[in-house]
Design a protein around this ligand. Structure first.
Ligand code: AMP
Length: 366
C-alpha cells in the first residue's frame, strides 16, 4: 500500500483548514488548492492558487501531491472528471455530480429505494397551479444547482407568491418540494475506507436558522436502534453504490420515527465538527485516513457534545472563554451577514457537569 502523505484539498474554506490542522498531527500534509491566499484554509497550511474550471491548472498545482480530495460541492464537475483521469481523486467526481444537482440527487436516492420528500422537476413553463395541486401549499422551490445554506430557496405559501416563484423558475432550473412537517432534522456522518471499511458516527440532531445549520447535538437524544439502523443502512447503500472513499454525510428529516433523505454532502460536514472533541477519531482525520488507504479510527462518541455555529457575527468571546468544557474554533474570516465565522463545541463525559454550561450557551445564542 502506498504511503500517501501529501494531499491536495480543492476548496479553501474552514473545512480545508480543519482537515489541514488535524492531518498535520498524524503526518498527512494537506495543501490547499484554492482561489484566495488569505482564505481560512490558506492561513494554516501551504496554499496554491488554481482555476477550478481548468484541469491543467489543478494538475500542474498538484504535480508533487499524492492524491486529491475536495471540501465543497460547488466545483466544476467536468474539470474534476478530467483531473481524476490523471490523478487519484477521492471521493470520485460522480458523488460531486449528484450532490451538486438537487434533481439528480433526489432521483438517485429514490432509485435506491430510499425515501425522499415528494418533489417535482419544474420546467420554466410549468403551471404553478398544477404544482400546488400536486404538492399543496406551502411548498418549496429550490434551484437545482448552487443551493446551499438555504440559498436558492423560496417558500410558496399561496398564489400571492406565484410571481416571485415564476421569476426564480425563469432565472434557473428548479425543483419543487412538498413541505416536510418533520419532528426534527438529523444527520449521519459516515466514512468508507479502502477494502470496504465502513464506520458511522452516531446520529446528530441539527437545528437550522434561516436554512443554515446553527446547533448540533451529538449523540442525538432519543435515537432508537431501529432509527440508527435505517440511517446507517441508507447511508451505506449510497456509499457502496458510489464506491465511495472518504467521509460522506447524509442529512435526514425525521417524522414519526421514519427518515427521509434531504441532502447528500460528499465531504466532511458542519454537523460533524463535534467529532474533533467528542469522538474517538474526528471526521477530518477519518476522511484523510480513508482517502490515504489507512485503517479507520473509532467513530464512537465519548460523552456528550453540543456545537453552536457563529453565524454572521462573533459571540461575546470573553464570556465564552470563561466557560469550562467549551472549545472555540475561529476560522479567520471577515465578518459578513450569515457567514460561518467559527463554532464552539461544549463537551463532557459527565452530562451533569455539562448541563449548566449548556444552559448558559443557550442563553448567549438565543
Ligand atoms: P437544504 O438547503 O435543502 O438543506 O435546506 C436547508 C433547510 O431548509 C433544511 O435543513 C430544512 O430546515 C429546510 N428545508 C429544506 N427542505 C425542506 C422541506 N422540503 N420541508 C421542510 N423544510 C425544508
Amino acid at each position: 500500500m502506498p504511503d500517501f502523505n501529501k494531499v491536495g484539498i480543492l476548496g479553501d474554506g474552514q473545512l480545508a483548514r480543519m482537515l489541514a490542522m488535524d492531518g498535520h498531527r498524524i503526518g498527512i500534509q494537506c495543501v490547499v488548492l484554492g482561489h484566495d491566499e488569505r482564505s481560512s484554509g490558506a492561513q494554516v497550511t501551504e496554499f496554491r492558487k488554481v482555476d477550478y474550471a481548468d484541469p491543467q491548472s489543478i494538475l500542474q498545482a498538484s504535480h508533487d501531491l499524492d492524491l486529491l480530495s475536495y471540501e465543497m460541492e460547488h466545483l466544476p464537475y467536468a474539470s474534476l472528471l478530467e483531473v481524476s483521469k490523471h490523478k487519484t481523486l477521492h471521493p470520485a467526481p460522480e458523488a460531486l455530480r449528484l450532490a451538486q444537482d438537487r434533481l439528480l440527487e433526489k432521483q438517485f436516492v429514490q432509485s435506491l429505494g430510499i425515501p425522499v420528500v415528494p418533489f417535482m422537476e419544474l420546467p420554466s413553463t410549468v403551471s404553478l397551479v398544477e404544482v400546488a395541486e400536486e404538492l399543496h401549499f406551502p411548498f418549496l422551490i429550490k434551484t437545482r444547482t448552487a443551493g446551499y445554506d438555504g440559498k436558492g430557496q423560496l417558500w410558496v405559501r399561496s398564489e400571492a407568491d406565484f410571481e416571485q416563484a415564476q421569476a426564480l423558475l425563469i432565472s434557473r432550473p428548479c425543483i419543487a418540494e412538498a413541505k416536510c412537517e418533520f419532528d426534527r432534522e438529523v444527520s449521519l456522518v459516515m466514512v468508507r475506507g479502502v477494502n470496504d471499511q465502513l464506520a458511522w458516527y452516531p446520529l446528530v440532531e441539527n437545528v437550522h436558522r434561516e436554512g443554515i445549520l446553527f446547533r448540533s447535538e451529538a449523540p442525538a437524544p432519543k435515537v432508537s436502534e431501529a432509527l440508527f439502523a435505517s440511517a446507517s443502512s441508507y447511508a451505506t447503500k449510497i456509499a457502496k453504490h458510489l464506491d465511495y472513499r472518504g467521509v460522506l454525510t447524509i442529512e435526514f428529516f425525521e417524522k414519526n420515527g421514519e427518515l427521509c433523505v434531504n441532502e447528500i454532502a460528499p465531504r466532511v460536514h458542519n454537523s460533524g465538527h463535534w467529532t474533533l472533541e467528542g469522538a474517538g477519531c474526528s471526521q477530518f482525520e477519518n476522511h484523510l485516513r480513508a482517502i490515504c488507504g489507512r485503517s479507520l479510527g473509532s467513530c464512537e462518541a465519548v460523552g456528550k457534545s453540543v456545537m453552536f455555529n457563529f453565524l454572521g457575527q462573533m459571540p461575546p468571546l470573553n464570556e465564552l472563554f470563561s466557560l469550562p468544557f467549551v472549545r472555540l474554533h475561529r476560522y479567520g474570516k471577515e465578518q459578513a451577514p450569515k457567514r460561518k465565522l467559527g463554532h464552539l463545541t461544549a463537551h463532557h463525559c459527565n452530562v451533569d457537569l455539562l448541563s449548566p454550561v449548556l444552559a448558559k450557551l443557550e442563553k448567549i445564542f438565543s
